[in-house]
Design a binder for this molecule. Structure first.
Ligand code: FBP
Ligand code: MG
Ligand code: MG
Length: 335
């Protein structure tokens, strides 16, 4: 039985005994939780340790890397490399796939991660986080090409994120229900505080970067205009808007009280196919949202069904309360 305040290890052992979670996955998830706890401390002590500001390097996305992007990346690589069944690591901050094995076996894992999400919030003391996704390969894969990690989101066996905010949260799914933990300062333990998180099907709260309005395609504009029209418009009810510039924080709010999050493809990012990355942002968050009873769409397709073409590819993102995502899909002509 899941008990509030049980430790992350007790929770994983419960899954191991009752849900068939593999022993190696228990250890890997514990290592990832340790990495998140360490990153959380780095973020909290950022100013003291001089960790704020840029690292002086850029990543494949063309973004100036923050010092904490690099520090968080190193912590994920260090901790995920402990597991002998991890064949490869795919990070937002590293161009190529980081192969840990020359020969792979059926049952090996691939870990995709965004080590520090919401980086633009770091220097202004707003919430940031980390995101990870784990896929298990059904047969040996060719380690001489990075194309071998291009696996659909529907194949994920586990996904999670952490939020480094007023408190540090860790939220995961291993394919059945979504559970959230809070980092306990004194003991350094993650304790179960949000059991069986579920997203309400309807909502009146949306999250989008409205400063991009002029760049949006017609379906997104129509949806936004309808939201702003509120009780005087087709909805017949008022809406509320939130935007934290941190996907983890916006999605955590949606998992806690419902809502919908949008980062569409628009005139400003069409050349790159959108803003947010499929393998280590949209897929893991989409898997968690679906497991909590919500939906995750590109506007025209279920995100987890998107066939990846590159491990840094970007996609349009619409996810959250099921009925609201369906409403936005309908504006795109998707039934
Ligand atoms: O700067 P904008 O347009 O508000 O975009 C914010 C979005 O970009 C991101 O910060 C991108 O993630 P990274 O910080 O990992 O690059 C998302 O977390 C967030 O939703
Ligand atoms: Mg990110
Ligand atoms: Mg990032």
């Amino acid at each position: 039985m899941l008990e509030t305040n049980m430790t992350f290890r007790q929770f994983l052992l419960h899954d191991y005994r009752n849900e068939g979670l593999e022993k190696d996955l228990v250890f890997l998830l514990e290592d990832i939780a340790t990495a998140c706890a360490i990153i959380s401390n780095h973020v909290r002590d950022g100013a003291f340790k001089g960790n704020l500001g840029v690292a002086g390097s850029t990543n494949i996305q063309g973004e100036d890397q923050k010092q904490l992007d690099v520090i968080a990346d190193e912590e994920f690589i260090r901790h995920c490399s402990n597991c002998s069944r991890v064949a490869a690591l795919v990070s937002e901050e590293v161009d190529e796939v980081h192969w840990l094995k020359k020969e792979t076996k059926a049952g090996d894992y691939i870990v995709y991660f965004d080590p520090l999400d919401g980086s633009s919030n770091l220097d202004v003391n707003l919430s940031v986080g980390s995101i990870f996704s784990i896929v298990q390969i059904a047969e040996p894969i060719d380690t001489s090409t990075d194309a071998s990690v291009l696996i659909k989101g529907s194949k994920q066996i586990c996904a999670g994120y952490s939020v480094y905010g007023p408190s540090t949260s860790l939220v995961i799914t291993t394919g059945h229900s979504v559970n959230g933990f809070t980092h306990q300062q004194g003991t350094g333990e993650f304790r179960l505080t949000f059991k069986d998180m579920t997203i309400p099907e309807t909502t009146s709260e949306f999250a989008i970067n409205a400063s991009r309005y002029r760049l949006w395609d017609e379906p997104i504009r129509a949806y936004f205009d309808e939201c702003l029209a509120g009780v005087d418009g087709a909805r017949g009810s008022n809406t509320n808007m939130r935007w934290t510039a941190s996907m983890v924080a916006d999605i955590h709010r949606i998992l806690t009280r419902g809502g919908v999050f949008l980062y569409p493809m628009d005139e400003g990012n069409r050349a790159t196919g959108g803003k947010l990355r499929l393998m280590y942002e949209a897929n893991p968050m989409g898997f968690i949202v679906e497991q909590a009873g919500g939906s995750a769409s590109t506007g025209t397709q279920r995100i987890l069904d998107v066939t990846p073409t590159s491990h840094h590819q970007r996609v349009p993102v619409i996810m959250g309360s099921k009925d609201e995502v369906a409403r936005i899909d309908a504006f795109h002509g998707k039934s």
